[in-house]
Design a protein around this ligand. Structure first.
Ligand code: SAH
Length: 231
């Protein structure tokens, strides 16, 4: 059974976008995952196909209407759909590799992309949307955030990455940032590849990589160290 993504957006032309190329694009063609981009505007009922209105209480910007969005979600994800319903939102829980893994192990995701000031709070509550943030900055819309989330998920689907091992050693998978990488030439602008890496001693190489990963994590992301499982 393949991973099924349904994205609700005012800009369906943004999909699959970057996900139509490279690993994700090949996996899409191979049917390892599917992507349906749904135009929210199709669920408006007035002749101008209005999806937003002025904020209750006043202030700048516009808010996406609960009634229009509810019709779009109910179409994409009828009762009984087992897929989680996500709302891309800077107020959401920051996306982690652990959540990405859970999503990749599931049946898919229904993803609502906000625009303007965001969406009516009653819609979030009434449809049980899980708010997901991709970081502490503001995008102009949820579409790039949805592309980021799907990219992270799709590469974990079985059959997508050529070398499955490379996924397990990556940054965050063991709670650490990854060790540095080197490849030919043996010397670049006077800088040689560290000797241990050309020693052929795989035990030593493993120890060196682990030590480098720990050093890098201590320097750059000490906050991660609290979660490192013992070896
Ligand atoms: N007024 C809102 C920001 C709206 S930005 C606030 O201050 O919280 C418009 C839309 O872009 C949002 O509805 C959301 O879907 C998306 N978006 C913006 N930043 C995001 C982020 N860091 N992560 C995920 N989605 C984001």
């Amino acid at each position: 059974m393949s991973f099924a993504a349904s994205v609700l957006t005012l800009y369906p032309e943004m999909f699959p976008g970057a996900l139509g190329l490279s690993l994700a694009g090949r996996a899409l063609e191979a049917g390892i995952w599917s992507l349906e981009a749904i135009q929210i505007r199709d669920f408006a009922t007035d002749k101008h196909r209005t999806v937003d209105d002025t904020p209750a209480g006043g202030g700048a910007g516009m808010v996406m209407r609960a009634d229009v969005l509810a019709r779009a979600i109910d179409h994409a994800s009828p009762p009984g759909d087992p897929r989680p319903r996500l709302l891309m939102s800077p107020r959401g829980k920051p996306l982690t590799q652990a959540r990405v893994r859970e999503l990749a192990a599931g049946p898919g995701a229904v993803i609502l992309c906000g625009r303007f000031e965001g969406v009516d709070q009653r819609l979030i509550e009434a449809r049980g949307l899980e708010e997901v943030s991709i970081g502490d900055f503001i995008l102009s819309g949820g579409e790039p955030a949805a592309l980021v989330l799907l990219d992270a998920v799709v590469r974990l689907l079985p059959g997508v990455m050529g070398n499955a091992v490379s996924g397990e050693e990556e940054s965050f998978e063991n709670g650490l940032l990854e060790h540095p990488h080197y490849t030919r030439p043996q010397e670049f602008e006077g800088r040689p590849i560290p000797d241990v890496l050309i020693s052929g001693n795989h035990k030593k190489i493993g120890e060196w990589r682990r030590a480098e990963a720990e050093k890098l994590t201590r320097e750059r992301r000490p906050d991660l160290l609290a979660n490192v499982p013992p070896r």
